[in-house]
Write a protein that binds this ligand. Structure first.
Ligand code: ZN
Length: 133
């Protein structure tokens, strides 16, 4: 069961540069910056209403965000939907034949459980599903 959009992930070359726009120009307040070493990424969280903008900066040249920017330039990298039960959702998706990047949830930023659906299955947009504690 999908509850709502949780966040929008935007790949940027530099969080510091992007904050000058998102925080200072648009006036969206930064809540925190966290490093997710498994994903080779630094993440800045900017809550807008009850969803968040997630600015993603690669910490390595071969990380997924670096590869995304190399291929597409900076911009929206994924949209995340919050679900009630991620294990159950993944099971349902698999049963429906949806191509998944992660068949098992992993731990993302904030300690939430996350998994990615392959963009080929979702009309070109990388979709993250997440379950909040
Ligand atoms: Zn995300």
């Amino acid at each position: 069961m999908t509850i709502k959009i949780d966040h929008i992930g935007i790949a940027v070359k530099s969080i510091a540069d992007a904050l000058a726009f998102y925080q200072d120009t648009l006036g969206i307040k930064l809540s925190k910056i966290e490093e997710v070493s498994e994903q080779k990424v630094r993440v800045a969280f900017l809550p807008v209403g009850d969803i968040k903008i997630e600015l993603l900066e690669s910490t390595s040249e071969d990380g997924p965000v670096a590869r995304f920017i190399e291929k597409n330039g900076e911009g929206v990298q994924h949209v995340a939907f919050q679900v009630e039960n991620i294990e159950e959702t993944l099971k349902e998706l698999k049963k429906s034949g949806v191509r998944l990047i992660d068949e098992m949830p992993r731990i993302g930023a904030n300690g939430s459980k996350i998994a990615f659906i392959h963009p080929k299955a979702s009309f070109g947009t990388l979709i993250e599903i997440c379950e909040r504690k």
